[in-house]
Design a protein around this ligand. Structure first.
Ligand code: CMP
Length: 137
């Protein structure tokens, strides 16, 4: 079994799409191992997305991720990292496959409703960033 880190982002939370996205997540075979609503501070968002600091969209990304609460998730299934990225669809919803979460719920590449770790190594780092010790079951 593998774990990955996911976020239901502030755009989807504001539109009352948490339940819809969790339903797709569970139907895709993921076990929700930890879940927490958080309104990220600027410091948290800048730290979490630190690898994108030099990108032109960094400011916009931090503004967006701090505009309202989001849902942090630890998801588990076989091949979780790759399967979650497949379930979410492409970063830009315009390129996302039919039926994927981003195709169904995302507005744009910037406001793209969900995040998923891009490797097992980053999943471990991102889970540790948000979920301390015994909050993971
Ligand atoms: P995420 O998977 O959370 O990881 C980095 C985020 O940066 C990505 O989703 C998008 O929300 C955002 N992002 C990537 N490319 C762009 C872009 N061209 N313009 C605005 N935001 C972007």
């Amino acid at each position: 079994m593998e774990q990955t880190f996911a976020i239901i982002k502030p755009d989807a939370v504001a539109k009352n799409q948490i339940g819809d996205i969790l339903a797709v997540t569970e139907a895709a075979g993921f076990k929700i191992k930890a879940m927490q609503m958080t309104h990220m501070t600027r410091k948290m968002a800048e730290g979490f997305y630190g690898v994108h600091r030099e990108r032109p969209f960094f400011g916009e990304l931090v503004e967006f991720m701090t505009e309202g609460p989001c849902v942090l998730l630890c998801l588990e299934r076989e091949d979780a990292v790759a399967k979650w990225r497949e379930t979410m669809g492409a970063t830009n919803p315009a390129n996302a496959a039919e039926g994927t979460i981003r195709k169904r719920f995302a507005e744009s590449v910037g406001r793209n409703c969900a995040h998923g770790s891009d490797s097992k190594e980053n999943a471990a780092i991102e889970l540790a960033f948000f979920f301390a010790g015994n909050t993971l079951v």
